[in-house]
Design a protein around this ligand. Structure first.
Ligand SMILES: C[S@@+](CC[C@H](N)C(=O)[O-])C[C@H]1O[C@@H](n2cnc3c(N)ncnc32)[C@H](O)[C@@H]1O
Length: 220
């Protein structure tokens, strides 16, 4: 059954403090780390922005889908009491946002950019029921049936499934442009299998200089 989210109480569980602490520890270790602005791309109902607003002076919330800007305003300002002056709401997709950021970056030299800013790409997948292989198998079957349906919709969906199945490992972050890349896997049992919705695979593009961090038994 479809459900409409209208209030903060209706929100899905918020990300745990450890989600933000990991990001802040990485970002804060940069000698010229800037805390002036965060941009939450694909903000949806703003549950990530609600956390970021406690740390950054200003939070830009963007989502291409209709209605999220108004809903974000209602939840963040009216219900959570975050000052409207701290927030900006944009109805735009990541493609447009990244174009805008590229134009801004043109005014700052590349070494300064990497010292001041951080890009975080977060992804979660199907539930993992630790210690119950049979239940896990059932989940895998349900998500497999879903993936088969959407995978049949065309090449774009097939590609998307391969990307998520690989736990984003086939997303290349070329060393010439990206520094201090960390790929953090939380409670994945040391493999990308828990991310997979079906058996489609993709070539790994994890670079040699990148750091892979496996965090197991994270209670959060
Ligand atoms: C799974 S939800 C995540 C929402 C929220 N960030 C969270 O963590 O709960 C994905 C969001 O991405 C948005 N989205 C879809 N296509 C997008 C695009 N091209 N650029 C940016 N956001 C997009 C959707 O409208 C949706 O709100």
């Amino acid at each position: 059954m479809a459900r409409m989210i209208t209030t903060a109480e209706d929100l899905p569980p918020v990300y745990p403090p450890s989600f933000f602490q990991r990001i802040y520890a990485y970002h804060g270790a940069k000698p010229q780390a800037a805390w002036s602005q965060a941009h939450d791309v694909g903000t949806g109902t703003g549950i990530v922005s609600a956390g970021l607003a406690g740390k950054f002076d200003r939070v830009v919330m963007s989502d291409p889908n209709d209605g999220y800007a108004a809903l974000g305003y209602k939840i963040m300002v009216d219900e959570l009491g975050i000052p409207a002056a701290k927030l900006a709401f944009l109805q735009e997709g990541a493609e447009k946002s990244s174009d805008r950021h590229r134009r801004c970056r043109g005014r700052v030299s590349p070494p300064a950019q990497s010292r001041r800013g951080t890009v975080v790409i977060a992804y979660y997948s199907r539930p993992r029921i630790v210690g119950n292989a049979a239940a896990q198998q059932v989940w895998r079957g349900i998500f497999g049936a879903y993936a088969e349906k959407i995978g049949a919709l065309g090449a774009l969906y097939d590609r998307g499934l391969r990307i998520v199945n690989s736990g984003l490992e086939n997303v290349e972050l070329p060393g010439a442009k990206w520094r201090a890349v960390k790929r953090v896997y939380i409670n994945t049992g040391g493999s990308v299998e828990p991310f997979a919705l079906d058996d489609r695979t993709a070539e790994s593009k994890v670079g040699e200089g990148e750091e892979k961090i496996l965090e197991e038994a994270d209670e959060d």
